[in-house]
Every structure is written in structure tokens, then in C-alpha cells.
Design a protein around this ligand. Structure first.
Ligand SMILES: Cc1cc2nc3c(=O)[nH]c(=O)nc-3n(C[C@H](O)[C@H](O)[C@H](O)COP(=O)(O)OP(=O)(O)OC[C@H]3O[C@@H](n4cnc5c(N)ncnc54)[C@H](O)[C@@H]3O)c2cc1C
Length: 420
């Protein structure tokens, strides 16, 4: 089969790109191994709610029209939202069509699937940045009586075996799971490394409102000082609950969660914990205060009124956090590795991966393989790139680049209007 461009993946990124391809009259097909929103259907835990408010799920040609813009979507609502978007975009979509290889040809690419092979001039990898939940090497030394799982395998507190739970990692996922499991009456220990502290609301407005209004989410990849670092930062400690509660470390310790340092090793059934807990918490407090300073400055310059500025209480750490943890004595029966996710390019037969398995690219343009593009990754082109709210702007930019690559002309009122 032959087409101009193949988009792999029908999550928000693939659908947004298809919308732009239609607007630019670029002939294409979208190949999806499952169904629309497959990742939300198969790789998330049931109680997950978006940490971004409803108004912040803007996709090309599609926004929030309900009466609860400041609320947070549940998982079924998120899937339904993307299904509605797919109906609007109406992409040339093949579902249950897993791509098994992409390789270069003389004049483009060959994309192989169980449903056949496509020859095309361009390929967009919209396959997600969070395909594989990472489990560090140290997990191999966990005693056999302790169950281990990753967030994509987690369902709910009731499905864990009885006893205490060690959650490793305090980014959004780890903090959300610690909050849920402790609230269900199960004792949680949280191993905390570098993290990004956040507060749900500040001066009476949602943190994402400030990030959006002050232009922080729009910061570009070619403007930040250390892009590699910006791309590897943990996610904000935020959750989207109706009570707009915080899930920072102070909120978690108030619930009874026990904080320990980063899990550095395991020997003879005992965890070795880093002594850096106080330092990483002080650093996270400092960075949050810097962010709030920026917000206050922006608010003053732009005449935004609200509650007066304030600073959160520093993270509370016990005087001498333990440096070791005996799983048996502490009653820990389950470990949840909330230690991040990475993309899966095992099916990509083009030598563009760096030694960490990431694709070398310049804002989503894979310069070593002209016609190959990436979409949906953390800080791909902007701070908001991996968010639902951010992928549309990246898709607009990259579809323009791709159109130029094809020598095609952007046609259609939608594209012209949106480019203006
Ligand atoms: C736990 C978690 C919570 C998040 N919460 C939020 C939030 O609250 N708000 C927010 O804005 N963002 C959130 N994100 C970030 C982001 O919005 C999601 O990760 C989102 O799913 C990314 O969309 P995507 O289209 O880039 O990738 P995905 O949704 O992962 O879509 C990729 C698609 O590609 C398909 N695919 C992959 N490989 C192949 C192949 N070989 N062949 C064919 N198809 C393939 C997959 O089946 C999938 O459907 C969250 C991320 C995580 C991990």
C-alpha cells in the first residue's frame, strides 16, 4: 500500500497530527495497535484522574464545552473525550494494527504491520513517551516474599497483598498512589529522590492556570538553558481531585505516609536508603519558591489580582531519617516502582537512537532521517509538549515542517487561519 505519510499511534498526539494533515491536505493513514486512546484504556490505573483541569484539554479544533472547566476528568471521561475527538477528526484509521518495523527505503519509508506494508515519504511516531514503566536494576534483589509491580499493573489498594507498601518515586504517579493507598488504610512508605514539589492552588487560582497565563507552559525547547535536564525532570507532584488537595510530601506525611530517602540498593533483604532526603526536599522547596516568585512577578507586572502571595511550609523531615529498611520487620509486602516511564522503539529499524534508547531529534524533527518526526514527548518543543494541551501546537509546527519537506503546499482555510 502507498500513502504520503504514516502516523503511528492514535492517542491525542496521533489524532492531533491527523487533524493538521487533513487541514494541510496531506494524504495519510493512522496505524494503531489497539483502539483510540489505547494507552488510557490499557496502561493506567482505574481511579486515575487527570492532573490538568478540564479547560486544559485543548486539541486542534476541539476544546472543553462542559460546565465544569476547573474540574478534572476521570479515566472513562478521558477515554470518552478522545473518542469524541476521533469522531471529529475522522482520521483514516486502522485499529488493531501494530507496527512491527519501520525502515528506510530509497525515497522514504516502509512501515510493516500484520495487516500489510505501507510505503510512504514521511512517518510520524506518535507512539507515546510513556510506554514502558521502568523498574530499576535493584528490583532484581528484592526478597521473593515481597510482591513488585509497576503503575501500569496497579489497579487499586484492595488488589495488593495485605501488609505495608513501599512506593518508590515521588513524582506525580508515586505521590498519587501513596495518597490513594494510605487513605485506604494501608501503611505506605515513600522512597523520595529528586522531585518537583507543586501546590494545586496558589493565590486562589489553579497552578496550571498560572503556568498557562504566565507563559511558563509555552517555554520553548530552544530557549531553556539545559534541555537535557528539562526533558528528564520528574513530573509535578499534582493530582486532580474535586477537593483540589495537595499531594506534596507534607500532605502525605499528614496522612501518615512515612518518608525515606532514595532506594539506593538492596542487600540481604534490606533496603539501603540514601542520606540525601533532607537535601532533595530542601531543593524542591527552593525550586517551588522560585517558581512562585516568578508567578508573583508576572502577576504584579500584568496587574493580576488574587489572594496575597504566600509561601508553603517547608517540607517536614524527621530528625534522622533511616538509612536502611528491613522489609520483613517493617511489614512491607509490596513494592510499587513509580520510577518513571520510557518510550518503546524496539520496532524501529533506523539507527537514530542514542545510548539511552531515545531518538536524537531537534524539536521532533529527526534530522538524521529526513521525513521522520516525533510527537508527544516531554519538552519536545515546549514545556507543555507531553500534555494534552500542548501536543496541538507541536503538531501544527511539525506538520508545517513535514509539508515543506514534502514540497507540498499548505492548502485549506483551516490551515491558513490557524497559521495566521
Ligand atoms: C500516569 C500518567 C498520567 C498522565 N496524566 C496526564 C494529565 O493529567 N494531563 C495531561 O495533559 N497529560 C497527562 N499525561 C501525559 C500524556 O498526556 C499522556 O501520556 C498521553 O497518553 C500521551 O498521549 P500520546 O498520544 O502522546 O501517547 P499515547 O496516549 O501513549 O498514545 C500512543 C499510541 O500509540 C500506540 N502505539 C504504540 N506503539 C505502537 C505500534 N508499534 N504500532 C501501532 N500503535 C502503537 C499506542 O497503542 C497508543 O494508542 C499522563 C501520563 C502518564 C504516564
Amino acid at each position: 500500500m502507498r500513502t504520503t505519510a504514516v502516523i503511528i499511534g492514535a492517542g491525542q498526539a496521533g489524532l492531533a497530527m491527523s487533524w493538521w494533515f487533513a487541514a494541510r491536505s496531506i494524504d495519510h493513514v493512522v496505524l494503531e495497535r489497539g483502539e483510540v486512546a489505547n494507552t488510557w484504556r490499557t496502561e493506567r490505573w482505574p481511579s486515575l484522574t487527570l492532573l490538568t483541569p478540564n479547560w486544559q484539554s485543548r486539541l486542534p479544533g476541539f476544546g472543553y464545552e462542559g460546565d465544569d472547566p476547573d474540574g478534572f476528568r476521570t479515566l472513562p471521561e478521558t477515554i470518552a473525550f478522545l473518542e469524541r475527538y476521533a469522531r471529529l477528526v475522522s482520521p483514516p484509521l486502522r485499529t488493531h494494527c501494530r507496527v512491527t518495523s519501520v525502515r528506510r527505503t530509497v525515497d522514504g519509508y516502509e512501515v510493516a504491520t500484520a495487516q500489510g506494508t505501507w510505503d510512504c515519504k514521511a512517518v510520524v511516531l506518535a507512539t507515546g513517551g510513556f510506554n514502558i514503566a521502568q523498574r530499576p536494576k535493584v528490583s532484581e534483589a528484592v526478597p521473593s516474599g515481597v510482591a513488585q509491580l509497576t503503575p501500569d499493573q496497579y489497579r487499586n489498594p484492595e488488589s495488593l497483598q495485605p501488609g505495608g507498601v513501599l512506593v518508590v518515586g515521588a513524582a506525580a504517579t508515586g505521590a498519587q498512589l501513596a495518597d490513594e493507598i494510605q487513605r485506604a488504610g494501608r501503611p505506605v512508605t515513600l522512597a523520595v529522590g529528586e522531585h518537583v514539589r507543586a501546590c494545586r492552588t496558589y493565590r486562589g487560582k489553579d497552578m496550571q492556570w498560572w503556568m498557562n497565563a504566565a507563559g511558563l507552559n509555552d517555554e520553548r525547547y530552544d530557549e531553556v538553558e539545559n534541555l537535557t535536564r528539562a526533558r528528564s525532570l520528574p513530573s509535578f507532584q499534582l493530582a486532580g481531585h474535586p477537593d483540589r488537595r495537595n499531594i506534596d510530601l507534607n500532605a502525605l506525611t499528614s496522612l501518615g505516609v512515612k518518608l525515606v530517602g532514595r532506594l539506593a540498593g538492596i542487600r540481604d533483604g534490606k533496603a539501603q536508603l540514601s542520606g540525601s532526603l533532607r537535601n532533595v526536599c530542601e531543593l524542591a522547596d527552593l525550586k517551588l519558591n522560585r517558581l512562585l516568585n516568578r508567578i508573583d512577578e508576572w502577576a504584579a507586572e500584568n496587574g493580576v489580582s488574587g489572594d496575597p502571595p504566600h509561601r508553603p511550609e517547608p517540607t517536614r523531615i524527621e530528625a534522622a531519617p533511616p538509612l536502611g529498611l528491613d522489609f520483613e520487620r517493617a511489614g512491607i509486602r509490596t513494592i510499587i516502582w513509580a520510577t518513571g516511564f520510557r518510550p518503546d522503539y524496539s520496532w524501529l529499524d533506523i539507527p537514530v537512537l542514542d545510548r539511552k534508547g531515545n531518538i536524537r531529534h531537534d524539536g521532533g524533527v529527526v534530522t538524521e532521517a529526513p521525513g521522520l518526526y516525533l510527537l508527544g514527548l516531554t519538552f519536545l518543543r515546549r514545556r507543555k509538549s507531553s500534555l494534552m494541551d500542548g501536543v496541538g501546537d507541536d503538531a501544527r509546527d511539525l506538520s508545517a515542517h513535514l509539508a515543506a519537506h514534502l514540497g507540498a503546499r499548505s492548502t485549506g482555510a483551516d490551515a491558513a487561519a490557524a497559521d495566521a
